[in-house]
Design a protein around this ligand. Structure first.
Ligand code: ZN
Length: 342
């Protein structure tokens, strides 16, 4: 649905400068911005996708992935149309990189009230925006999150971190969990993987989410062989997490599978994931997980003191939690995260 957008100002003539993401599009009358979701119509900027849902499901929070954040709870998970990145191996190409106008007819319209009602009806802990980049759906996300908080639900934002500081500040008022996709440490990697030209803002936003706004932050990196998997890059990301977010911040290393424009790249070898995890832990990061490898023991949460498993994940629907009031059920040490009261 068309609705006046947030974060824009008039430019020269009838042009508009969009202030939502780091692309900072200058949009002429009758045109949409880079993401395709924001249209300048006679000097006013509109979002075209308010309430238009491309994907919706009730799913475990572990699927975001978020592991130290209310483990074992269900979340109403939503995705819309469009993206401000063009990741070569994007798993949601169909709705992230579609022609937004053409694809609107294949979406389902819901108001924020309908979304919150559905979350409560399905006994969800909260609402997560995921699947596509929620920043290009910002007006809808904010309205849903505002209402969700009023209704006692938690909120989670799964993002590439490319928003400008003002939208992040607004988001922070209503957001509990911030799952940040870090695709590399260096500009060259980001340019190859996602077609963007500023990497610093992603790290600045991650730091602000944690330090300035006290959100629960987890980092996820899809390890793509030959793109972002070298030792130097891994150490750089690890040292940023350590210095800016803290050693307890979970880091998910997910296994890459050939997809989209990266069909020729081989799946990430398990040994590479394991080596990367080892490097990250040597750099001082405590909770380093390996995802997309069924049965791997790096999917569990280990107590940092007694080294025993405190959250065992057989798969995401079968989770055994050995915590008592946020402490290890074996030795009583504090486990980093946000947990359900028990
Ligand atoms: Zn313990």
């Amino acid at each position: 649905m068309k609705k006046e957008a947030l974060f824009w100002k008039k430019g020269m003539g009838e042009s508009i400068s969009c202030g939502l993401c780091r692309r900072k599009c200058i949009i002429d009358n009758g045109h949409a911005g880079w993401c395709g979701t924001r249209l300048n119509q006679y000097g006013t900027l509109y979002t075209l996708t308010y309430g238009n849902i491309a994907a919706i499901s009730v799913a475990p929070i572990e699927k975001k992935p978020m592991f130290n954040f209310f483990p074992g709870t269900l979340w109403l998970s939503l995705g819309g149309l469009g993206c401000n990145f063009r990741c070569q191996g994007c798993l949601s190409w169909d709705f992230s990189h579609c022609d937004v106008n053409k694809s609107l007819s294949s979406t389902t319209y819901m108001t924020p009230e309908m979304v919150v009602r559905k979350a409560k009806k399905n006994k969800c802990k909260g609402i997560a925006f995921t699947y596509n980049e929620p920043t290009v759906w910002f007006e809808f996300v904010i309205d849903v999150f505002k209402l969700a908080k009023e209704e006692g639900l938690s909120t989670c934002y799964v993002t590439n971190g490319y928003m400008l500081p003002e939208p992040l500040e607004m988001l922070s008022r209503y957001t509990d969990g911030f799952c940040l996709d870090v695709k590399g440490a260096f500009m060259e990697s980001y340019a190859r993987i996602s077609d963007i030209d500023d990497v610093n803002i992603i790290f600045a936003n991650g730091s602000a989410a944690k330090r300035k706004y006290a959100m629960h932050v987890e980092i996820v990196t899809n390890l793509i062989p030959g793109y972002n998997s070298n030792d130097k890059e891994v150490k750089e990301i690890a040292s940023w997490i350590f210095a800016e977010l803290g050693k307890d911040t979970p880091w998910h290393l997910t296994r890459f599978f050939p997809y989209g424009h990266l069909k020729e790249v081989a799946p990430t070898p398990i040994s590479l994931l394991e080596g990367t995890r080892k490097t990250a832990m040597e750099e001082g990061i405590h909770y380093v997980y390996i995802s997309n490898v069924p049965g791997h023991n790096a999917i569990h949460t280990y107590c940092q003191t007694c080294k025993k498993v405190v959250i065992r994940r057989k798969d995401y629907d079968e989770i055994e939690i050995r915590l008592k009031e946020g402490r290890c059920g074996h030795c009583g040490a504090l486990i980093f995260g946000r947990f359900q009261a028990n």
